[in-house]
Design a binder for this molecule. Structure first.
Ligand code: PEP
Ligand code: MN
Length: 263
């Protein structure tokens, strides 16, 4: 089902008028994690005014250490809903376990499956039974084939509304958090009809690299971006080092729109 051979035309995933694929490009932005009402609402308002079409924010966080901030959980979901009500932005947030699925179906606009769960086959089958758009992130050690087969799991259960996401893979290079695999974009677009976006934030791990990688993603034909934006990166509870401030996000969006016009 994921193969372009059997569906030559691009799939367009449309979330409240924000389209991914088929020549459409949309931007998801927001903090790594929801940290509080003022934080999420102020970030939501500013990324919206800069042109983001969807708001991201983790409520359930897959952290390396069990002692790190694990997210606000259901309270975080409620705050995302408040931010959506204030701004009209659809919300994207990560589902880590099948037992929360009903709540996610009810509350969120896009269910994110994180890199660490890309091959959690039970989770993939469960989200495949829903009719929600799914943002499926590439596992940090997954091949392109494995990413596409993970999408196939979701599709085989009935849900074909999937956006793929390249977020960097593990290589021997340690300067960046992950190595962005830009070649994955043209490969995926050749092999599959599904839209594919790039997350330059988790790829780089460093805020100053987000803009050049976002530009590169656009140049190789990505269908959109997901970017971490925080109002106070130095004090962020998660991923501050790779988060850009709202003002820098605004500048980046102006530059990206200029590149899009030239194209
Ligand atoms: C995220 O986007 O919140 C996240 C945890 O990213 P990844 O799954 O790509 O590490
Ligand atoms: Mn993050």
């Amino acid at each position: 089902k994921v193969n372009r051979l059997f569906k030559p035309k691009d799939t367009i995933v449309d979330i409240g008028g924000n389209k991914f694929g088929g020549g459409y490009f949309s931007v998801i932005a927001g903090p790594c994690s929801v940290e509080g009402e003022d934080q999420i609402i102020s970030i939501a308002k500013s990324v919206k005014s800069s042109g983001a079409g969807l708001l991201r924010g983790g409520a359930f966080k897959p952290r390396t250490s069990p002692y790190s901030f694990q997210g606000m959980g259901l309270d975080g979901l409620d705050l995302l809903k408040k931010a959506r009500k204030e701004t009209g932005l659809p919300i994207v947030t990560e589902l880590m376990s099948p037992h929360m699925i009903e709540r996610f179906v009810e509350d969120v606009d896009v269910i994110q499956i994180g890199a660490r769960n890309m091959q959690n086959f039970d989770l993939l089958k469960e989200v495949g039974k829903t009719n929600k758009p799914i943002l499926l992130k590439r596992g940090m050690s997954a091949t392109i084939e494995e990413l596409l087969m993970a999408a196939e799991y979701i599709m085989s259960s009935g849900n074909e509304n999937i956006i793929l996401c390249e977020r960097g893979i593990r290589t021997f290079e340690k300067y960046t958090r992950n190595t962005i695999d830009l070649s994955a974009i043209p490969v995926i677009k050749k092999k599959s009809h599904l839209p594919v976006i790039v997350d330059p934030s988790h790829a780089a791990g460093l805020w100053w690299m987000v803009e050049p990688l976002a530009k590169a993603a656009m140049a190789v034909g990505a269908d959109g971006l997901m970017v971490e934006v925080h109002n106070d990166p130095a004090n962020a509870l998660c991923d501050g080092e790779q988060s850009i401030k709202p003002s820098r996000f605004e500048e980046m969006m102006v530059k990206l729109r200029k590149i899009a016009e030239i194209e």
